[in-house]
Design a protein around this ligand. Structure first.
Ligand SMILES: Nc1ncnc2c1ncn2[C@@H]1O[C@H](COP(=O)(O)OP(=O)(O)OP(=O)(O)O)[C@@H](O)[C@H]1O
Length: 328
């Protein structure tokens, strides 16, 4: 499948106004986005997500590198390329605060050359899809942040572009509306065959709605992979065991060889032992060690690693189990 957005070796440096110091906001960033995909740009604050999004939607000029949208270079044929993209940027909701929900939709639909009936139908559909119908006559400045964000996305949908860029769409929004927006985005992609690039520092949001994520840290891509693969790559299970007695020195020597990160708290009546296991085989090695002194196991609890822990490991530069993470 051909990519709909291609980003090649982007670089952007800012100069701090006060000190003149250079900030390398984006360094050699390359990735592709495929039609129908929701791609997550994930990274901590200051990672370079907004800068990347602004370069893709033509609001910032890269120092070097290229961006193509549907094969059109956005430097050489800027307007033609940008016709395929709409964006909702964080903190800048592109809405008229003194107009109502419906009036905003009517205003932004106004200059698209559609007939009045077509415009009315589109607006009705968006009001329904974004569950804004009951607030259609409310002034935007009276709406909650979550409602404003839903309207901003609905306005972006009016342009009917294939690609939609969303910068931190759930930031500062209550949990319920955040879930509602996530659900809507999934629906939009399916129903209207859209491609979405979404930036967030929230692992939960990315894991919930994206199939693939590009993780950025300090302006550089550290990983570009399917979330499912990342979960497999870092599949570590922590086993917590309650033991009926203490471990012998020989058992502890063996443990440190096989499970270097193990945690042990001895207690005459009930000791606790925590080990991280990568593969299924290792559990047998653990039982072999316990058998050496016939240590009774009173209970076992298992915890799976979650995407948030994986994200932290990736930021710390860990490579996962066995196969190396790719970074392009
Ligand atoms: N106009 C600017 N002038 C100077 N430095 C800037 C400017 N805009 C961004 N930066 C710096 O560039 C780096 C990347 O910022 P960017 O906003 O792209 O990151 P981000 O991942 O979107 O983070 P956040 O979630 O905090 O917005 C940061 O160190 C930021 O301080």
């Amino acid at each position: 499948m051909e990519a709909i957005v291609e980003v090649h070796n982007l670089n952007k440096t800012y100069k701090k106004r006060k000190t003149g110091e250079l900030v390398h906001a984006v360094t050699d960033v390359s990735f592709e986005v495929y039609p129908g995909e929701i791609l997550g740009l994930l990274g901590p604050n200051g990672a370079g997500k907004t800068t990347t999004i602004k370069m893709i939607c033509g609001l910032l000029r890269p120092d070097s590198g290229a961006i193509t949208i549907k094969g059109i270079d956005n430097k050489q044929k800027r307007l033609k390329a940008l016709k395929h993209i709409s964006a909702v940027l964080e903190g800048n909701r592109n809405l008229y605060w003194r107009l109502t929900v419906r009036e905003n939709l009517e205003y932004f639909a106004g200059n698209r050359g559609e007939s009045k009936r077509e415009v009315r139908e589109r607006i009705e559909e968006l009001l329904e899809n974004f569950r804004l119908k009951e607030k259609e006559h409310e002034l935007v400045n009276r709406l909650s942040r979550g409602m404003q964000q839903k309207l901003a996305i609905a306005v972006a949908m009016l342009a009917d572009t294939e690609v939609i860029l969303l910068d931190e769409p759930t930031l500062g929004i209550d949990v319920e509306t955040s879930y509602e927006i996530r659900g809507m985005l999934k629906e939009i992609v399916k129903k209207y065959s859209k491609t979405i690039i979404i930036s967030s520092h929230d692992m939960d949001v990315i894991q919930d709605i994206c199939e693939r994520t590009v993780i950025i840290n300090k302006g550089k891509i550290v990983i570009n992979d399917r979330i499912e693969n990342l979960l497999k790559l870092f599949e570590v299970r922590t086993y917590k065991l309650a033991l009926g007695t203490t471990l012998t020195n020989e058992q502890q020597d063996k443990l440190i060889q096989i499970f270097p990160t193990y945690k042990y708290e001895p207690d005459r009546y009930q000791s606790s032992l925590e080990v991280d296991l990568l593969g299924n085989e290792e559990i047998y090695e653990l039982f072999d060690i316990l058998k050496l002194a016939n240590t009774p196991v009173e209970s076992i609890d298992r915890e799976m690693v979650n995407f948030e822990q994986i994200f932290m490991k990736i930021l710390k530069g860990e490579k996962g189990n066995g196969s190396l993470a790719q970074s392009s």
